[in-house]
Design a protein around this ligand. Sequence first.
Ligand code: SF4
Length: 556
Amino acid sequence: MDELQHECGVAAVYHLETGIVSPLIPKRDKTPPPKDGQSADVPEEPELFDDAIARTSRMIPGMLLDMQNRGQLAAGFTTYRPNRPQLIQTYKDVGGVAEVFRMNHEERYKALMADHAGHAAIGHVRYATCGTDHPSYAQPFERQHIARSKWFSFAFNGQLANYRDLCRDILQNKDFHLTRETDTEVLHHLISHEMSLNAAITPVELLNKLSKILDGSWNIVFLNARGQMFVSRDPLGMRPLCYALEGSLFAAASESVALTHLGFSEESVHNVPPGHVVIVDGDSVIVKKYAESPKKAHCFFEWIYFANAGSTFDDAGVYLSRKRLGEELAAREPIEIDDDVIVVPVPDTAKAAADAMAFKLGVPSLEGLIRNRYMGRTFIEGNNRADKVRMKYTPLPEVMEGKRVLLVDDSIVRATTLRELLALLKTRGRAKEIHVRIACPPIIAPCFYGIDMSTVKELFAPQFMAGTVLTEEEQQAMADSIGATSLRYLPLEALSACVGLPESSLCMACVNTVYPTPAGESMYERALEKVKRDNHIAQSGCVPLCVPEQTERVYI
Ligand code: SF4
């Protein structure tokens, strides 16, 4: 709702050198009919193995489209083909996947795919959690080198919470220089550095070394000019990463939906276990552990909001998790249900929860709010948020007029968009009452692992919560502040059951302030110090900002 931004997605495909062309490889383009319009009934020439498998790289744009929900700022891919001078070759740009790969222009798309044809490829969709939207920040990042093992490209999904410390350590060497404000460059440097120390370093050795200095979330897809690929998941498993192998085709992606859409059966799709790497080379695929993974910290937000609803990872389906969130909200619904009550989802991510809530309550779930799906990241005339909300959402009075609306949303971060939306629902939608129901506990702390959340000061909930208990009065004060009749959150204690995983295997730091890594903890402490300092400065007259305490919360 608050335009909470996603944190990138990665993809990889590899046709193994088995001599058998995978049936999942895209079919070759049909020969165009002759100009005179006569049908050329000429049988197709048998195709060389190399030419057939060079279409493997064509699978990347479609995979990235399936993960466009994870980033719309930039996209790109690197492909590998052994019989061309440019053994690995990278193409990337800013924009959505369809825009970057010219998918709305058949001839340009085909030309681009022909130029970058390859047996193996890695791809990336980007949302910037750090750095700017300059094209040079788009991934993959390629490093050219005369040694084929050191000529590589990689893409990264996550965020290094100890980025500043890593930069400082790197720049202690006076001969080193960093050109961009992004942790991808730091990772680029660290990989190159390890290779310069040991040209024969294996993926397991490399990742083991990285695991000793990196703090945060860091899934990697890597491809070098020898045609060796690896895909790895950080030891906490914070971001999802799946892989599939069927016959001669290997593929990996941040979300399972990108693999099943290629034609892999659901049984062939597996999670990359945290602390593990899948190494693909020639005709072999092996999964190896590179670091211990004593605890897991899967980001719960993936299930609530970020991931494609068609995905399943870490043995929990996204759609069913969202359905359970709605059922839980229904079980706790305090208002009296009568014929005037309808459920309206805030499109699109809250729809599964809203439908399930309505079904459980026995009331209709109606699309009283229509979202313009085609605006994307386009520039919108009018600078203020009210203009943007008005352009993006259309409330339907024929659905809401005179109704008591249970408005279901996935989360509240800053509440800025929600506030404008409620004003619109009342004036144009003419709803009698609007009861906001949030399928997530209050967000009380920032994320340092790749989700673009505000600073503590900007977050909505901490401004109202005086202590450890979310009281009736506080919830009403929140409701009044956004212009709702009432507001209810999903209780924290209900969260892990809804996701379908034990609490001990989830990161829930933004809702319980328990950070799973030392850098996350210390960044949060610094953030709290800053709030305290700001509160001290603004002692008189200004709105006090509460500081959430790290104790157990109780919800009413
Ligand atoms: S802090 Fe929140 S958003 Fe960030 S990784 Fe943890 S659960 Fe996900």
